[in-house]
Ligand binder design. Structure first.
Ligand code: NDP
Length: 326
């Protein structure tokens, strides 16, 4: 039997972490035939709550769960990690400016990048969920000299899944009928959900819905779905965010289906005119454990304008944390 996969989760006692750990232990990320070690990381005040999570994990008697490590030491937590899900982040406080939020989170993600570089598996795959996710990811990658920046990704899979569900509902289809949805840019309200290449049941999505519905209802709804859920539930979307994190990692490892792609925020490389230097969501295919940006898609003027707006936001975020990028 293969070695268990070592999976590190930061912020593991938080809402998303609580939803994530149990599903990973149940085999929902890597499959029902891969045993796992969970390396759960929290800040010291949250360690008692983390002990409670570990106790519940033990009480589940999961067949695939070999060991649970709980720690506030990031080097111990990332030691030998094959996968790292960076979920813990500092939430925006009352009256806090975006620049302060970026800087405070940068102070968390810089040391985490270094610890991953020093302690994780050389092949570690990193997913940043904690917001502002794209720029936190950029900071972590920049502080990890022994790792390839391409090992660092940020999550736009929840936006991708939300867009997929919305278009399926509008077209009277099922989410599994939807192919080639694309999220461009930042995981923020400037993201651009693009249906220009999307099909539903083999038909172009753009022919199944009106341009007015696409621009005036679909795009803002996907961009602001998080706020809609907070209004309804009284707290933020945790189960769907955790589910999307599992989807992101599973797709990265096991691949995208033939004829389809997914959305991942990955280091920009000049594709589609997005200059290197930011973590930008692109359509990607995955095969043999690696992702590649889908090439050659036609970009119309509307999409180009939206892609530029979200790119500019990311470059503004990068400028605000320039001192944290060695
Ligand atoms: P959540 O588990 O609800 O959220 C964690 C992070 O994920 C936040 O940055 C949140 O952003 C982000 N996120 C990304 N996508 C989504 C989404 N779709 N819906 C909701 N959140 C999303 O936060 P909690 O406060 O419950 O838990 C955070 C935990 O992290 C705490 O237990 C805390 O102790 C820990 N922590 C750990 C740190 C570390 O390891 N160094 C540092 C700071 C905190 P947003 O805030 O924008 O909702």
């Amino acid at each position: 039997m293969s070695q268990p996969a070592r999976i590190a989760i930061t912020g593991a006692a938080g809402n998303i972490g609580y939803a994530l750990a149990f599903r990973i232990a149940a085999g929902d990320m890597l499959g029902k035939d891969r045993s796992v070690v969970l390396q759960l990381i929290e800040i010291p005040p949250a360690l008692p709550a983390l002990q409670g999570v570990a106790m519940e994990l033990a009480d589940c008697a999961f067949p695939l769960l070999r060991e649970v490590v709980t720690t506030a030491d990031i080097n111990e937590g990332f030691n030998g990690a094959d996968y790292a899900l960076l979920v813990g982040a500092k939430p925006r406080g009352p009256g806090m400016e975006r620049g302060d939020l970026l800087a405070d989170n940068g102070k968390i993600f810089g040391p985490q990048g270094k610890a991953l570089s020093d302690s994780a598996s050389r092949d570690v795959r990193v997913l940043v969920v904690g917001n502002p996710a794209n720029t936190n990811c950029l900071i972590a990658a920049a502080n990890a000299p022994a790792l390839d920046p391409g090992q660092f990704t940020a999550m736009t899979r929840l936006d991708h899944n939300r867009a997929t569900a919305q278009i399926a509902d509008k077209a009277g289809a099922h989410s599994t009928d939807v192919r080639r949805m694309t999220i461009w840019g930042n995981h923020s309200a400037t993201q651009h959900p693009d249906i220009a290449h999307c099909t539903v049941g083999g038909k172009p999505a753009a022919e199944l819905v009106s341009q007015a519905w696409y621009r005036e209802q679909f795009i803002p709804r996907v961009q602001k779905r998080g706020a809609e859920i907070i209004r309804a539930r009284g707290s933020s979307s945790a189960a769907s965010a955790a589910s999307a994190a599992l989807d992101h990692m599973r797709t990265w490892v096991h691949g995208t289906p033939e004829g389809d792609w997914t959305s991942m925020a990955v280091p920009s490389d000049g594709s589609y005119g997005i200059a290197p230097g930011v973590i930008y969501s692109h359509p990607v295919t995955c095969a043999a454990g690696a992702y590649s940006i889908v090439q050659g898609l036609a970009i119309d003027d509307f999409c180009r304008e939206r892609m530029t707006i979200t790119d500019q936001e990311l470059r503004g975020e990068r400028a605000a944390v320039a001192n944290l990028l060695p």
